[in-house]
Design a protein around this ligand. Structure first.
Ligand code: 4NP
Length: 157
């Protein structure tokens, strides 16, 4: 059985699709694409069906990573379907856990920045209302956090 990761942000058009596609890129490099599967979702319904934001795509392209996917909303079924759920910021974390009515999935939900080793951030900043540099920053932060996360998972496996 493959290990399943779900990356979650607010809109599922900037941060979480970036994390999903960056992690898939790293898994391909390491030959682990069949062992670890990635998906992403948003806590909101704002952008359901939308492709990743063009500004985020441009930032990812600079690192030779292509962003694919269409936005969907996080749902309660995701608690069972995934082994680990990564929240991009504290609001996402709180919104995810607010759907865990029986209070049984808390151990599966982690903050993405807990796995970063070269960045001081405790949250992945929301780049949506800022300039291009914010999108570039998110890609580099997520590359670092995804590498850290992958190291941890490999050790557990
Ligand atoms: P994301 O970014 O949560 O990283 O996908 C955002 C996308 C859309 C909005 C906010 C953040 N919005 O307010 O529509």
């Amino acid at each position: 059985m493959a290990y399943k990761l779900l990356f979650v942000c607010l809109g599922n058009i900037c941060r979480s699709p970036s994390a999903e596609n960056i992690m898939r890129h790293l898994l391909k490099q390491e030959g682990l694409s069949n062992k670890i599967l990635c998906d992403s979702a948003g806590t909101s319904s704002y952008h359901i069906g939308a492709a990743p934001d063009r500004r985020m795509q441009a930032a990812a392209q600079k690192r030779d990573i292509r962003l694919v996917g269409s936005a969907r909303q996080f749902s309660r079924a995701d608690f069972e379907a995934f082994d680990l759920i990564l929240a991009m910021d504290r609001a996402n974390y709180r919104d995810i856990l607010s759907l865990d009515r029986a209070d049984i999935y808390g151990e599966k939900v982690k903050m993405m920045c807990d796995y970063a080793t070269n960045f001081p951030d405790s949250e992945v900043p929301d780049p949506y209302y800022g300039g291009q540099s914010g999108f570039d920053y998110v890609i580099d932060l997520l590359l670092d956090a995804c590498q850290g996360l992958l190291q941890e998972i490999k050790q557990e496996m």
